[in-house]
Write a protein of this length. Structure first.
Length: 571
């Protein structure tokens, strides 16, 4: 009774105090209520053995992906000899990159709609099937098909690994997890030439692809064992509506932008064919090359119009890619990875042709680059977690890698061991400290349901720019050889040197002054490919600021929050 009486008395007081108190209490209460309604419940983050098992499985997969990309370089000469398919050499890499780039934007919507763990396993199985086809290939065409199938699988593995990490650990721990994943996976690049050279020299090139198969027995059970937390979307954060009663798979098929995929694939094929054929099979001013370039421009224009018309159902939604952090991240990440792949291809060529190193030894010579990347990637991830800001690392990365590739463009026959080791360490450190920063920026700046699509867009930009840069570098290298050989070694037929391949120079030219002249021309042609990397990395410095200046450290009293601001949901 006394309590009820006090309530009656206080009711009158509350009526009088309502206006004075609502400015302080009501907004706070409404804000808290709105925040509780909009934010999904926090998932149970992975810790301990489950997190360890997940990281080991993801690291193995990413290691295999980069191993598969680098191992083909040392095996390709033997493959072209067996199949007599020198004219198909470019397609062994292009088919892989093209398939991966074309499918990449679709993987974001797939991961955002379907179960992440089983989607990742399906893409890994596709990659393994592609490797099996390559290893069992009986013709060059069969090998190209296998490379394309493997590329389809890789398209979902890169995005999937980073997306799963975003779902498994809170934002303040992702820097370290991403750094470990990226750092350990880089070992695949350095071990590729070593393993490929060993298999090709002492066994068969087919084991360069078969080596991926046994790892499925480790990765598949590990992924099945670990439970990946499910991202629950806030009511106003859903990117697409699902008809009542439709399954997720049917909804995905309904929402996938198939027409956009066809247009993007057509654009990529037309552009890469024009770049690959220009100056080699056809002149740059030939009707074939001009027609392909014009077709690529028209197809791209139609693709962009279709994406705008599709809105949120587009393959690459403008609402996501138009955000500054995303498109700036695409440029920074794409240019950095393209530079890394250019060095992965042309540093071994420099060591094997100019320095006369074996395939295995050329892999050893690239260790300074890879080890510096590994250390810098892990260290920068830990420091970002402690200090909170990723932008300074991206800025430093763009500056250091641009300088390093510029120094590499001075390589010649007489370059000392200390110089090529030091320049590689410089590039590796710069690359390692910046390679995960655009990914962290996207993971921290977007809502959970947009992260898979945004990361898929980043990796699409990486694959597409890498494919274009490699094709351009190949054209520049071959055309430079034909121009520089008559200048440095006029007594040598340029076509004879080109046909001999990178490791066959000394088989067509004996030791002596002429060989020294020829090696000078070869090193100058390689140097011109480094100009592309140095220029693009310098340009990326203007875009790196668009990734934002944000503190990703865990705030006091904040348990597992994915970021700050009302638009951020818990991942």
């Amino acid at each position: 009774m006394e309590h009820q009486t006090l309530q009656s008395i206080s009711a009158a007081d509350e009526q009088q105090q309502h206006q004075s108190s609502e400015k302080q209490e009501k907004p706070s209460s409404a804000s808290e209520s709105s925040s509780r309604d909009l934010e999904p419940p926090e998932p149970e983050w992975l810790t301990g053995p489950p997190l360890l098992i997940l990281m080991v499985a993801l690291s193995i997969v990413m290691f295999l992906v980069l191993l598969d990309g680098s191992i083909i370089g040392t095996a390709a000469p033997r493959i072209t000899s067996e199949f007599r398919s020198l004219e198909d050499l470019g397609w062994y890499g292009s088919a892989f990159q093209l398939a991966s780039a074309a499918v990449q934007p679709l993987t974001g919507k797939i991961y955002a709609t379907l179960n992440q763990k089983w989607t990742f396993i399906w893409f890994f199985a596709t990659f393994e099937v592609g490797c099996l086809v390559c290893g069992a290939a009986v013709s060059s065409n069969m090998l190209i098909v296998g490379r394309a199938v493997a590329g389809l699988g890789v398209a979902g593995l890169q995005n999937g690994g980073l997306t799963i990490i975003a779902s498994a650990v809170p934002i303040h721990r992702r820097a370290t997890m991403n750094g470990i994943l990226v750092g350990l996976s880089q070992l695949g690049i350095v071990m590729g030439p070593l393993i490929g050279g060993a298999f090709t020299s002492y066994s068969t090139w087919r084991w360069c692809f078969y080596i991926n198969l046994p790892f499925a027995l480790l990765v598949a059970p590990a992924m099945c064992y670990v439970h990946i937390p499910t991202i629950a979307s806030a009511p106003d954060e859903k990117l697409q509506t699902t008809t009542e009663g439709m399954s997720r798979a049917k909804s995905l098929l309904h929402d996938l932008d198939i027409i956009g995929f066809i247009l993007l694939t057509g654009f990529a094929i037309e552009l890469l064919l024009a770049l690959q054929w220009g100056g080699s099979l056809h002149a740059w001013d030939s009707s074939v090359v001009i027609g392909l370039l014009c077709g690529a421009v028209v197809t791209l224009a139609v693709f962009l119009y279709w994406q705008h018309r599709q809105g949120e159902n587009a393959m690459i939604p403008f609402s996501i890619v138009s955000q500054r952090v995303v498109w700036c991240g695409c440029i920074v990440y794409g240019f950095l990875m393209a530079a890394l792949f250019l060095l992965t291809y042309y540093l071994p060529i420099y060591f094997q042709s100019v320095k006369d190193a074996s395939a295995i030894l050329s892999g050893v010579y690239t260790l300074p680059n890879i080890l510096a990347q590994l250390g810098a990637a892990i260290l920068s991830g830990v420091l970002v977690e402690k200090l909170g800001y990723y932008l300074p690392w991206s800025v430093a990365s763009a500056i250091i890698t641009s300088i390093a590739t510029g120094l590499m463009s001075t390589f010649d026959v007489a370059t000392s061991v200390g110089n090529w080791i030091g320049y590689q360490i410089l590039f590796g450190a710069g690359c390692g400290m910046g390679i995960q920063m655009p990914i962290l920026a996207v993971q921290h700046s977007l809502s959970p349901q947009k992260i898979p699509i945004a990361i898929a867009t980043l990796i699409f930009a990486q694959n597409m720019l890498t494919a274009i840069w490699l094709t351009i570098a190949n054209t520049i290298f071959n055309n430079s050889l034909r121009t520089l050989i008559p200048e440095y070694a006029p007594s040598i037929d340029p076509q004879t040197v080109v046909d001999a391949g990178a490791t066959g120079i000394r088989s067509v030219v004996p030791d002596g002054p002429v060989l020294e002249q020829l090696l000078s021309a070869y090193s100058k042609a390689i140097d011109k490919t480094f100009y592309i990397s140095s220029a693009s990395l310098a340009v990326s410095l203007f875009f790196v600021w668009g990734t934002g200046w944000k503190d990703i450290r865990k705030k006091k009293g904040q348990e597992g929050a994915s970021g700050s601001g009302p638009s951020m949901s818990v991942v």
